[in-house]
Design a protein around this ligand. Structure first.
Ligand code: N2P
Length: 342
């Protein structure tokens, strides 16, 4: 009898410990190549949890996933304008600032942003711009304009991001308009220009750009600065430029979906990333700027002093943040589908 009771007790403990281990998992949904794996490992060790990591390639993909009812993501990484959309759609949880002691490490310019007043639903992770990455051995001229994407010399070897706002954004900038332009005549003009560009396009792509550059299939790529610096780090024949017409400027954020199963742990993960020493490691790995001044002491000098990664005011002045276009999103969606079908 005693033996029986003992085995039931042991079994209960075993089942309990297994299920609680199952609970101790955190689901993170981020852009690819956007974290230092060692930092995730440190978090797992510190809190004795497993981090399950999944990646997406655009804000629209992230939104579609959550709108489609995806359950289970604990920490997500939307950009500024997407935070605005997600707040509007009631997808994001309220953050508990008392669980984020390192919020105070964030540069005050990045607290209380227009897309999320009071940082109620999101905190800044990184910032930066898009631009053009290119192979300097085959592209002999200095690239400083989006016009390079219309140069027949590079036909068939140009990648543009598979990203509606970024692609219309670059066309608008090239035409001298705002990246947030909502004049249908300007959208049509941009679309026609981009249709002409398709003759020279290898493809719209946001995931394989690094490989396609490194294996020489692509010569130029519309790309985000940090990702391009990861390519340059591997092969110094490449260069990156923020075109003179200006580019999209972004703040990518960390947020917790309303239906996240592990909200407290999600806060701990966000706070871990905001810790200056951890943030320094992340910056060194991903080559993107984070708005955490105290992290800079841990950042390699070549990264810290690079004006394409930490853009100075004269570059920031010609760049623009994307904002939510509201109902006009549907109009742009249609133009984007038409462009892709051409
Ligand atoms: C990271 C992609 C950065 C996205 N791989 C820019 N918003």
């Amino acid at each position: 009898m005693l033996y029986r009771i003992l085995s039931v007790v042991l079994l209960t403990i075993l089942i309990y410990s297994c299920s609680s281990k199952e609970e101790a998992a955190l689901n993170v949904y981020n852009w690819s190549d956007y974290i230092d794996p060692a930092v995730v490992k440190d978090f797992e060790d510190k809190y004795q949890v497993k981090v399950i990591y999944d990646t997406f390639a655009s804000n629209e993909e992230l939104l579609a996933k959550l709108e489609g009812g995806a359950q289970g993501y604990d920490v997500i990484f939307p950009s500024d304008y997407m935070v605005e959309i997600m707040i509007e759609e009631d997808i994001l949880a309220n953050l508990d600032h008392t669980l984020l002691p390192h919020l105070s490490s964030i540069d005050s310019k990045f607290l209380n942003p227009p897309f999320d007043p009071g940082s109620k639903h999101s905190v800044a992770f990184t910032y930066g711009t898009s631009g053009i990455g290119y192979n300097t051995s085959e592209v002999a001229e200095e690239i400083d304009s989006w016009g390079a994407f219309w140069n027949p010399k590079y036909a068939g070897r140009i990648l543009l991001l598979d990203d509606m706002r970024e692609v219309f954004g670059l066309a608008f900038k090239y035409l001298g308009y705002s990246v947030n332009d909502t004049d249908p005549a300007h959208l049509e003009e941009a679309k026609q220009l981009l249709i002409q560009q398709k003759e020279f396009l290898l493809k719209y792509e946001s995931s394989m750009n690094k490989d396609l550059l490194l294996n020489r299939e692509a010569l130029l790529s519309h790309f985000w600065a940090g990702d391009m610096y990861q390519v340059i780090d591997e092969d110094s024949v490449f260069a990156f430029t923020i075109p003179r017409e200006g580019a999209v400027l972004f703040t990518d954020c960390m947020a917790i979906p309303k239906n996240a199963p592990h909200k407290e742990l999600a806060h701990k993960f966000i706070d871990h990333i905001l810790t200056p020493e951890v943030a320094g490691k992340v910056i060194n790995e991903i080559w993107y700027a984070m708005p955490i001044p105290e992290a800079l002491q841990y950042v390699d000098e070549e990264i810290r002093t690079d004006g394409n990664i930490f853009p100075p005011p004269e570059i920031l002045d010609r760049c623009e943040f994307l904002t939510d276009l509201g109902d006009y999103n549907a109009v742009m969606d249609r133009a984007w589908s038409e462009l892709k079908l051409k």
